[in-house]
Design a protein around this ligand. Structure first.
Ligand code: SF4
Length: 374
């Protein structure tokens, strides 16, 4: 830890900090469903859903998920497609796949008992340090500091850490600091209090410092004009953009869909055939060529349907969607993990990534029109 940070932590009144942040949390914390339970399974589900996702979005998914999979056993015995279907729209689908694999591991190797300690949780495939620390501290009050984006922001401002959080050394300092200022007697509540502060008052833009319970101890607030300039990040890189030709391939009222490989952000989700292309190509040409190359289909890209812009975490895509008419051909066995021909009304039973939702909606709306194509 650098000398500046060490000296600022030494002079930090940690007792006052703990008292103020916990008094504030006890009085002001939001009424969230996962805060009303001590069930470790439910705490685990909420922690995984909350990663990189807004609370407002998680609330509805949390209840729906627990209704269908109320215990780890229900989750382990489910079909992965059904888990991904419930997760549909929440994004970062690797989280759902990891949850599912972990549930199967727990049922097989731990008789369905989810361990409550950090060390044991880490032994479960798919549970990383962040999730293990969150579950162990919240469910069994184990003194483990949790560091997510909200905690990082609060710590950078409290201690006026001005080095870029893109540097591993800065991230280590933030983790060390989080450990040093953890309130061990109520580790779970304390972790949630810091995350709550970051989510509600110490927000990325326009932090509400006048309402903050620890503003008198906040170095950024006391010593800089604008705490919002912290944490320091590198200049955002230009986000890459890709064009994708998407084929809604029809054969006798059915649409061809394929399942993605398990790895990657969207692994295990279903998709319409889609192919990236460069500006020198047209989406129609690409669709006809790649439907043949990938799936051995002879088809005609017949009619433009819509264009959709979608932003992922590290890139953006424009989908150029076309109705395509099947002529002949059978996909080779290795063309996809799985595929199917589905009626438009059946598409809603498959887990699709968010970008496809608008297409499915449009296809459902045009169902009568679609029937005329048969
Ligand atoms: S005073 Fe402002 S910048 Fe500092 S922790 Fe509170 S809300 Fe964040």
């Amino acid at each position: 830890m650098n000398g500046y940070l060490e000296s600022i932590i030494k002079s930090f009144d940690i007792k006052l900090y703990h008292k103020n942040i916990l008094l504030w949390y006890d009085a002001e914390k939001r009424d969230l469903p996962w805060r009303k339970t001590t069930d470790i399974y439910k705490i685990w589900i909420s922690e995984v859903m909350l990663q990189q996702t807004q609370v407002a979005k998680v609330t509805a998914y949390y209840s729906a998920f627990l209704k269908v999979f109320p215990t780890v056993k229900h989750l382990a015995e489910a079909h992965l497609d059904d888990v991904l279907k419930i997760w549909e729209g929440l994004g970062y689908y690797a989280r759902a796949r990891n949850l599912y694999n972990a549930a199967q591991f727990i049922v097989k190797n731990k008789k369905g008992d989810i361990p409550a300690t950090f060390a044991e949780l880490l032994e479960i495939p798919g549970i990383g340090e962040y999730t293990a620390a969150a579950i162990a501290s919240i469910a069994s009050n184990e003194p483990r500091a949790v560091v997510d984006g909200n905690v990082t922001r609060v710590i950078c401002r409290l201690f006026k850490i001005e080095e870029s959080t893109h540097l591993a050394a800065t991230r280590r300092e933030i983790s060390d600091t989080a450990r040093q200022i953890l309130f061990k007697d109520r580790a779970g509540d304390y972790n949630q209090a810091v995350m709550e502060l970051g989510a509600t008052l110490c927000t990325p833009q326009k932090p509400k410092c006048l309402l903050c319970p620890v503003e008198k101890q906040c170095s950024a607030y006391q010593n800089t004009e604008n705490p919002a300039r912290l944490p320091m990040k590198q200049k955002a890189k230009k986000v890459p953009h890709h064009d994708v030709a998407v084929g809604i391939l029809w054969d006798e009222g059915h649409i061809f869909i394929a399942k993605r490989e398990m790895g990657g952000v969207l692994g295990g989700m279903w998709d319409f055939p889609g192919f990236r292309f460069e500006k020198k190509d047209t989406p129609q040409k690409v669709l006809e060529r790649e439907l043949k190359n990938t799936y051995n289909f002879d088809a005609e890209a017949a009619e433009f349907i819509m264009e959709i812009n979608h932003a992922y975490s590290h890139f953006k895509m424009t989908f150029h969607v076309f109705h395509c008419l099947y002529k002949n051909g059978e996909p080779p066995l290795n063309a996809a993990v799985d595929w199917n021909w589905a009626r438009p009304a059946e598409l809603k039973f498959y887990p699709f990534a968010a970008a496809n939702k608008k297409i499915i909606q449009k296809l459902e709306n045009e169902f009568v029109h679609a029937n005329n194509r048969q």
